[in-house]
Ligand binder design. Structure first.
Ligand code: LMR
Length: 333
């Protein structure tokens, strides 16, 4: 009798708890490593706004910027484990987990402009590459821009000889490693959140990043010179945990896909201006001196870095490199 009573009480308790549970929203934790006022930071906030509106509050997006939850490498592991549901790591970050194709975007002087990049990401190559995420337990939803990288150090960097013997922070990419080795420099892999301090304390001498990342991390305050090299590109793939995404009710998933498409259009629309504004702010601060390269200096840089296209073919894939080069219509060689 007592047992029966307890069972009945448990059923009653469940009945009370059930409606509240049914109302609790689906939570998407969106973790990233950059500041909120960057293209990715703003894109994540835009997705939150659009997703919560489209699902009428059935989905709650929690955005964690500035490596609050995880640093570079850890965030991909957390996504695979399901500790977070959504990320937008840079292309370079997929190489160490075995998706080396994305390192193609690290090739120096590959993309003359954002329009050429779009031909790759929005065309058959980009679609095919997103599929590579699935065997790793992720779904690639979209490509988000940041922009073109600039070099910085405490000495002026114009030609390869200027790089000799200097230590540069890199993202964990074999192509970026080869890039700095080709310049006679010493590459050092380091998480994004640690770069400012490493520059400040002299653990590394220089770095490469986009103006929006440099400005929001205050890197320009601890680097005497910034070279407007535009030698490479940083962009992102928005990825979600596959099990989580596949398990969503179809109508909600559809609403989220639409929100992601709109957030992508927004991010890729503001990215160039965000970087231009960050560059202008750094110039205004007077804390770093900007160097514009002469034509001959650019030619020297390209000549030193050109061998990477062959040297990296084994890792990234010759067919892919050739295909991307043909699609963007140029590159260094
Ligand atoms: C970096 O590590 O330098 C960048 O990829 C950070 C980012 O997410 O833009």
């Amino acid at each position: 009798m007592r047992k029966l009573f307890m069972a009945a009480a448990a059923v009653a308790a469940l009945a009370i708890a059930a409606p509240a549970e049914a109302q609790s929203p689906i939570v998407i934790k969106f973790s990233h490593v950059v500041a909120p006022n960057t293209p990715k930071g703003k894109g994540a906030e835009k997705f939150k706004e659009l997703a919560e509106k489209a699902t009428n509050g059935k989905v709650k997006v929690e955005v964690y910027p500035n490596s609050t939850l995880y640093k570079d490498k850890e965030e991909l592991e957390a996504l695979q484990l399901g500790a977070v549901q959504m990320l937008a790591p840079s292309n370079s970050k997929f190489g160490p987990m075995g998706i080396k194709d994305f390192e193609v975007f690290d090739l120096p002087f590959l993309l003359p402009d954002l329009a050429s990049l779009r031909k790759v990401t929005e065309g058959p190559i980009g679609k095919r590459m997103l599929k590579l995420m699935e065997p790793k337990g992720m779904i690639g939803l979209a490509y988000w821009d940041n922009g073109f990288k600039q070099m910085s150090a405490n000495k002026p960097l114009r030609v390869p000889a200027d790089y000799k013997g200097l230590k540069f922070r890199i993202q964990s990419s074999k192509v970026l490693e080869a890039q700095f080795r080709a310049l006679g420099a010493i590459p050092q892999v380091m998480a994004f959140s640690e770069v400012y301090q490493a520059l400040q304390t002299g653990v590394v001498d220089g770095q490469e990043n986009t103006p929006s990342n440099m400005y929001t991390q205050k890197m320009h305050e601890v680097q005497k010179y910034t070279t407007l090299s535009n030698h490479g590109y940083i962009g992102y793939v928005v990825v979600v945990n596959k099990k989580f995404w596949d398990g969503l009710p179809a109508d909600i998933r559809g609403q989220l896909e639409k929100a992601m498409k709109e957030a992508t259009d927004y991010t890729n629309h503001i990215s160039a201006q965000e970087n231009a504004d960050a560059l202008a702010e750094m110039k205004k601060s007077g804390k770093t001196e900007f160097i514009t390269l002469k034509k001959e200096e650019v030619a020297e840089m390209k000549k030193a870095l050109n061998p990477l296209y062959d040297d990296m073919a084994k890792r990234v894939g010759k067919k892919l490199i050739d295909e991307v080069v043909a699609t963007v219509g140029g590159a260094t060689h």
